[in-house]
Ligand binder design. Structure first.
Ligand code: C5P
Ligand code: MG
Length: 197
């Protein structure tokens, strides 16, 4: 049985983190959230965290080479896991290409890419609400939130075409209750696993 490597894709506030937590326990996968790792480094005051801080505060992307190196280290360290959920990575086509190459070198590949579709009004509402409790600096300022959408539309959304061309993209309606959306994600994952190539 091959590994189950899932990319949970979508704009800021789409529910990637929330759903990743649930999927991680349901399918016994390793959750790899690049945003969480960067925030932990920032909190710990490491050199990486110091570099990442300026990008995070403005809602810009940390350079490809830095994030790719970070992911490569994690993937190699957990290569024995039944699979990964990539949450918040890849963010650019260059990151997507690097991820394909690193998985291939370990005789793995991406099983499916689940794209959570949520409209921008709902995303803004969720992010501002999260900002009141999460302590995340980038959720508390509307200008930063707007910039994160802009960066998503310009740099990240082209990945949809990238994975569509590979026949791996599945769009998931991301509005509704957490459990409804979780159900849709599980269905999409189970379908992708039963497909024979
Ligand atoms: O994925 P998440 O929304 O938690 O990311 C928060 C911030 O971390 C992003 O706005 C960006 O500044 C940084 N980040 C990044 N590259 C990634 C993931 C996160 O630059 N692959
Ligand atoms: Mg997140």
């Amino acid at each position: 049985m091959s590994k189950l490597n899932i990319i949970l894709f979508g704009p800021p506030g789409a529910g990637k983190g929330t759903q990743s937590e649930k999927l991680t326990s349901h399918y016994a996968l390793k959750h790899l959230s690049t945003g969480d790792i960067l925030r932990a480094e920032r909190q710990a005051g490491t050199e990486l965290g110091r570099q990442a801080n300026a990008y995070i505060e403005k809602g810009e992307l940390v350079p490809d080479a830095v994030v790719i190196g970070m992911v490569e280290q994690m993937v190699r360290a957990h290569a024995a896991a039944p699979g990964f959920i990539f949450d918040g990575f890849p963010r650019t086509v260059a990151q997507g290409e690097a991820l394909d190459a690193m998985l291939k070198s370990l005789d793995m590949d991406i099983t499916t890419v689940l794209s959570l579709e949520v409209d921008e009004d709902e995303l803004t509402r969720r992010l501002l609400e999260r900002g009141m409790t999460s302590g995340r600096v980038d959720d508390q300022d509307e200008a930063t939130i707007r910039n994160r959408f802009k960066v998503y539309n310009n740099e990240t959304s082209p990945l949809k075409e990238f994975y569509k061309a590979q026949g791996k993209l599945q769009s998931i309606h991301g509005m509704g209750s957490i459990d409804e959306i979780f159900g849709s994600l599980c269905e999409a994952i189970d379908n992708s696993q039963s497909e024979t190539y």
